[in-house]
Design a protein around this ligand. Structure first.
Ligand SMILES: NC(=O)c1ccc[n+]([C@@H]2O[C@H](COP(=O)([O-])OP(=O)(O)OC[C@H]3O[C@@H](n4cnc5c(N)ncnc54)[C@H](OP(=O)(O)O)[C@@H]3O)[C@@H](O)[C@H]2O)c1
Length: 215
């Protein structure tokens, strides 16, 4: 698949590299440092290139949005069309200094960030995923914890887009669990905040992962 990485930082850079390795065509975009993008694409191998924001979105079927919340809305409104794109968002209400969202309290939007993205881009199919893992786990040699694969929850309103995203999650070495409709992002984004706070307070950050046990 053709995948645009919008926000080629810790999360975007890491996931883009994994997808390029899994033979997807990846375009890294939206860094303030052109050299960083070129270096990233080079290190991701032959399946990776660099493009402007507009090029990356228009040339891709899947768009990963991996920017911090303050940069989100202006970035989205500067793109001419999001029509029919599958947007994966891992953006939560947290600010870069880990403030900005308290457990149980929604963002300033009063809805989840993922629903806000859907409002800005009504013709797109938005799927929330990857916000309850750490970039350090994405960047490590393997997602495995012994015999176990960490769980990535995803949610969205379009079944076929969710099926594609589930495959992309598994391509990265995680297991995927369908958490329901897009509005469930209100819970997942809050859980992401709780997960970060738990990891930091317990001093277990970053070498931990969440797994759903089943019997
Ligand atoms: N880090 C994690 O473990 C983790 C886990 C789950 C979810 N998330 C979510 O993923 C998102 C990205 O996190 P991250 O850790 O990948 O952050 P990051 O490393 O700072 O990456 C953000 C990217 O956005 C780019 N960007 C472009 N224009 C920007 C602007 N005007 N202002 C700010 N950034 C701009 C940055 O550019 P530069 O390259 O020039 O800095 C950078 O490449 C956040 O919403 C976070 O909540 C993070």
């Amino acid at each position: 698949m053709k995948i645009a990485i919008i926000g080629s930082g810790n999360m975007g850079g890491g996931l883009g590299k994994l997808w390029a390795k899994a033979n997807h065509q990846v375009i890294f975009s939206f860094s303030r440092d052109e050299n960083k993008l070129n270096h990233l694409a080079k290190s991701a191998g032959l399946n990776a290139t660099v493009g402007s924001l507009e090029e990356a979105v228009s040339q891709s079927e899947i768009i990963l949005i991996a920017v911090w919340l303050p940069a989100l809305e202006a970035m989205m409104r500067s793109v001419s069309s999001w029509e029919n794109k599958i947007i994966i968002t891992c953006v939560s209400g947290l600010q870069p200094d880990f403030t900005g969202e308290t457990i149980g309290i929604q963002t300033d939007f009063k809805i989840s960030v993922a629903e806000k993205i859907q409002q800005i881009a009504p013709g797109a199919k938005v799927v929330e995923a990857f916000n309850i893992t750490f970039a350090e786990i994405v960047a490590s040699n393997s997602r495995q914890f012994g015999e176990d694969k960490p769980t990535i929850f995803y949610c969205g309103d379009d079944a076929s887009s969710k099926a594609i995203v589930a495959h992309l999650i598994e391509d990265c070495g995680y297991s995927s669990v369908d958490a329901g409709e897009l509005k469930i992002a209100r819970t997942l984004e809050t859980l992401a905040t709780a997960w970060v706070q738990f990891a930091v307070s317990s001093q277990l950050f970053p070498n931990i992962a969440l797994k759903v046990l089943q019997r």
